[in-house]
Design a protein around this ligand. Structure first.
Ligand code: C5P
Length: 427
């Protein structure tokens, strides 16, 4: 282990090299169990406590459980260059518990002890389990630090609501060791190839109001876009999901690091995309956006008695948001952001699907087009999908069939090198 390309790594049979940073909170006693779980699972664990952490659980406990020497100082073991070696070799760093003080130091890059140097000498994914009193967690400074760290690709688990150290209870309790362990293992098995990238994903279907109570909409559930957002976040990206009329229950399982912005109509979706487009490295337009809207939305409910036997709605064309983003980016297609479109087509054959996809790709001018067939019984609302991925120029980059999580993985796999290209150019 420790030989993976920068920014990516994976598990193998020998287990991972895990650094467990322990900071000065009472929850340190729970981290004892976390370290046990990791060692039992065959991982090589080095515990790096802060000086304050040792006030709660002493060095001999950490050394006995991890079966590795423990130090807090950068001045010990100097010939081994321990202050950077640990970070460089780590496959994963877990900081549990993380105090408000440590979060502030991490956000600022302060490296005045072994944990600080290890963190900034490392490219490994970092999972942080905060633990502190509710007021400290909610303080604007802590929230700003958490935001900064999330933007940088740091993963968070918790804090949870529950009993705190004193008589009080509230948000701030460290997540239980078993759950931290599960998250750490999941993180350890996923390449962190989008660390430091911002990805914007639209999902769901827009609704065009007719009057205060009616709309024209479509059957998109938002599942495919949600899976793309989740996959990008798992791989280290800072993700914003623009959710167009998505059922709340579908959004509930999403990692808390994903920012969700809810929109209704195409105009709202367009405004939300434009607000965030400049900071995005990639935009994945998975939402089914209405091509038309009602020209004049009625102020009051349209009454049957006023309409007679037939009702005529005057529809006008909506702006094509994706096309607009392509135009705004200019002629160079190797500029930020990478633009991914979706095409949902009712077709009779795979050939027809790809033919339509190629035509749409040429019309839209995006960098990648994910094409899928839809119909009364496929595509929309379903948990499975068959995605075909066309790159600029029309060549088929790949296809994936299966649960929407799997098709999302294929899409993100195709996206990573494109983001790499624009990031490389930007250097
Ligand atoms: O033209 P069509 O609606 O088939 O194109 C689908 C793709 O274009 C999707 O990625 C969708 O999010 C995007 N789109 C858009 N603005 C529209 C219509 C579609 O950005 N008005």
């Amino acid at each position: 282990m420790g030989e993976h390309p920068p920014g990516s790594f994976g598990c193998d049979d020998e287990g991972m090299k895990i650094v467990v940073g322990v900071t000065g909170g009472i929850a340190a006693y729970k981290t004892v169990h976390l370290v046990r779980l990791m060692v039992k699972a065959g991982h090589t664990v080095t515990v790096v406590p802060t000086e304050n952490a040792l006030e709660f659980v002493g060095k001999p406990t950490w050394e006995a459980l991890s079966r590795n020497p423990v130090t807090t100082s950068v001045h010990e073991d100097v010939p081994e260059v321990r202050h950077v070696r640990l970070g460089q070799e780590a496959d994963l760093i877990v900081v549990a518990p993380a105090t408000a003080n440590t979060l502030a130091k991490m956000a600022a890059g302060i490296a005045d002890d072994l944990l600080g140097t290890t963190l900034i000498a490392s490219k490994a994914p970092v999972l942080v389990a905060p633990a502190m009193h509710t007021e400290m967690w909610q303080h604007a400074s802590t929230q700003a630090n958490v935001h900064t760290l999330r933007e940088r690709g740091v993963h968070f688990v918790g804090p949870e609501a529950g009993e705190l150290t004193g008589a009080d209870s509230g948000l701030g309790r460290m997540t239980e060791p078993e759950q931290i362990f599960e998250r750490a293992m999941a993180l350890g098995s996923v390449a962190q190839d989008l660390t430091g990238c911002r990805v914007l994903v639209t999902a769901g279907g827009t609704r065009e109001p007719i009057d205060p109570v009616r709309y024209i909409g479509n059957r998109s559930s938002g599942r495919q876009g949600i899976e793309v957002a989740a996959e990008a976040a798992r791989r280290g990206a800072a993700v914003t999901l623009i959710a167009a009329n998505i059922e709340q229950r579908l959004l509930e399982g999403l990692a808390s690091s994903i920012e969700v912005s809810r929109v209704g109509s195409t105009a709202e979706l367009e405004a939300a995309v434009h607000l965030l487009a400049a900071s995005a490295d990639a935009i994945v337009m998975a939402a089914a956006v209405s091509d038309y809207r009602v020209a004049e939305v009625a102020d009051g409910k349209l009454r049957k008695a006023d309409q007679g036997e037939s009702l005529h709605l005057n529809l006008v064309e909506n702006p094509d948001i994706l096309r607009g983003l392509v135009d705004a980016r200019g002629s160079s297609n190797l500029a930020k952001p990478v633009l991914v479109g979706f095409a949902a087509e009712t077709v009779a054959s795979d050939e027809e699907l790809l033919e339509r996809g190629r035509a749409k790709l040429a019309r839209k001018g995006c960098d990648l087009l994910a094409v899928n067939a839809v119909g009364w019984s496929q595509g929309f609302e379903k948990e499975h999908n068959h995605l075909w991925l066309l790159e600029a120029g029309g060549s088929l980059m790949g296809q994936a069939e299966g649960p929407k999580g799997e098709t999302a993985r294929a899409l993100v796999d195709a996206l990573v090198p494109l983001i790499g290209e624009i990031k490389g150019l930007a250097l």
